[in-house]
Design a protein around this ligand. Structure first.
Ligand SMILES: Nc1ncnc2c1ncn2[C@@H]1O[C@H](COP(=O)(O)OP(=O)(O)O)[C@@H](O)[C@H]1O
Ligand SMILES: [Mg+2]
Length: 355
């Protein structure tokens, strides 16, 4: 039969050889025109093959690299332990990125370095296992990353600066009102000015909490209340031994557009308890509770064991600005207010806010 003839055996061998040469040629062409620098290294660490991009990236000619130890392409401070790594790779040859987690650098002929990413692939050849490394110059990406980091840092500094300035400006307005009050004798007008100052101060405190917390988007509301309570006690000249004020809070972060109205509401409610709850030297306690009873809802309660609300008062429809503000801002928050007129007097504000 034809297949058994020696001639056809020879023809088959030739055909196989031809196919092999063709596939090797194709492999060489693919490597040669690859967009990454590709370097093939044998188990002794000698460079067996490089592509055109390697010459461009590292600045060597092919002749200068072939037969050289691959450490010629590695900065000297890393070159020391490179042979050890290579032995490890050949002991367990697997395709993998090189130097997981470490920053890698290539060394050009002119001595300059550049950041790289390297993929290692074992290749079986007639001369044994080799490693084909694909090297990508990531200078561009690194530079862009650094620019983004820098821009982010600048944004943070800018935001801190803005909150700082807003706070300072609000403080100046407060001081202007203070100067104005020194020339006013009418008790009622003085009280109104003092209330206005206290509102302005609580807004300033929100901005202060923001730039101190380093999170410029969300206010730690417990921190804000910690700062607000003593300033209110001071501004209403209350003796802390006569009226105690205690806080029961959990960590709640509020975005600034929620924190401002919420802060103003707290300002009104705590001021009212201090101002109206304990006339004629009465003693007692005010409790502020901040909690998240449901995942998407924040609860704030101000309660006092003072004299209670006047029976005639309709807290939902007052002529006075304080409770009007509270109702208006509660609506703005999309929340609800539950009022208990006495024993104890309490105002419970609930509003939607995601964690
Ligand atoms: N915690 C409280 N205890 C007793 N009375 C209160 C309390 N909160 C509010 N009130 C009463 O409600 C009234 C309306 O309050 P508000 O609108 O804040 O106005 P203002 O504080 O300027 O009087 C107060 O004048 C006071 O009589
Ligand atoms: Mg009031």
């Amino acid at each position: 039969m034809l297949e058994d003839s020696p001639l056809s055996e020879e023809a088959k061998r030739q055909a196989v050889e031809h196919a092999l040469r063709k596939s090797e040629e194709r492999f060489r062409l693919v490597v040669e025109s690859a967009p990454n620098a590709m370097v093939m290294v044998n188990s002794r660490g000698m460079i067996e093959m490089i592509n055109a991009q390697t010459e461009r990236v590292f600045g060597y000619t092919r002749g200068e690299l072939l037969g050289q130890p691959v450490e010629i392409l590695v900065p000297t401070r890393f070159a020391g332990h490179h042979p050890g790594m290579r032995v490890q790779f050949f002991a367990n040859p697997q395709s993998r990125p090189m130097g997981a987690g470490r920053d890698l650098y290539g060394l050009r002929k002119d001595g300059s370095e550049f950041p790289v990413e390297i993929g290692l692939n074992p290749i079986e050849t007639e001369e044994g296992t080799m490693v084909l490394s694909a090297i990508v110059d990531i200078s561009d990406r690194k530079q862009k990353e650094e620019k983004i980091q820098q821009a982010l840092k600048e944004k943070d500094i800018l935001l801190a600066e803005i909150h700082h300035r807003v706070k300072n400006n609000l403080q100046i307005i407060g001081s202007l009102l203070d100067l104005q009050s020194s020339r006013i004798v009418d008790r009622q007008v003085l009280d109104m000015l003092r209330d206005s100052q206290s509102r302005i101060r609580s807004m300033a405190l929100i901005h202060q909490t923001l730039y101190q917390s380093k999170d410029f988007a969300r206010v730690d509301f417990a921190n804000f209340l910690d700062a607000l309570a003593p300033t209110l006690i001071a501004s209403y000249g209350v003796d802390p031994a006569r009226i105690t004020l205690s806080l029961d809070t959990v960590g709640v972060q509020l975005p600034i557009n929620t924190a401002i109205p919420c802060g103003l509401i707290m300002n009104e409610l705590i001021s009212n308890a201090l101002k109206h709850g304990f006339p004629d030297g009465r003693r007692g306690a005010i409790t502020i509770r901040l909690s998240r009873d449901r995942p998407s809802e924040v609860s704030l309660r101000v309660s006092d064991d003072g004299i209670g609300l006047p029976p005639a008062l309709d807290a939902a429809k007052t002529e006075t600005l304080g409770l009007q503000l509270v109702n208006l801002l509660t609506q703005q928050l999309g929340g609800a207010l539950t009022i208990q007129p006495g024993h104890p007097t309490s105002f419970l504000l609930r509003f939607p806010s995601d964690e």
